[in-house]
Design a binder for this molecule. Structure first.
Ligand code: FES
Length: 103
């Protein structure tokens, strides 16, 4: 299983992904620049990513707390998500995201 992550310099990385892990944890484990300051508690927005359009309706909808956190996030877009709130599973094999500037 894999995910594709574009970093802040526009470089695309192919990362090995494990079902049950948060997308944020996968990105962090591979050493890409993501602060994820709150460790996945939906309380910091420093795991902000933009989800590739093609994946927007395949990932589970966000809960209210994620939406509220993102509303206050810098450079918030329609495709914004908190990567700590996306749990990897078979359906998401091949997921493409881009790291936001301030993560
Ligand atoms: S790691 Fe803090 S909101 Fe995702």
């Amino acid at each position: 299983m894999k995910i594709f992550v574009t970093d802040q310099n526009g470089l695309k990385h192919e990362l090995e992904a494990i079902a049950g892990w948060r997308v944020m944890e996968i990105i962090r484990e591979h050493g890409l620049p993501i602060k994820a300051e709150c460790g996945g508690s939906c309380a910091c927005a420093t795991c902000h990513v933009y989800v590739d359009e093609a994946w927007m309706n395949k990932i589970p909808h966000m809960r209210e707390d994620e939406e509220e956190m993102l509303d206050e996030a810098f450079n918030h877009e329609d495709t914004s998500r908190l990567s700590c709130q996306i749990i990897m599973d078979e359906e998401l094999d091949g997921l493409c995201v881009t790291l936001a500037e301030n993560v």
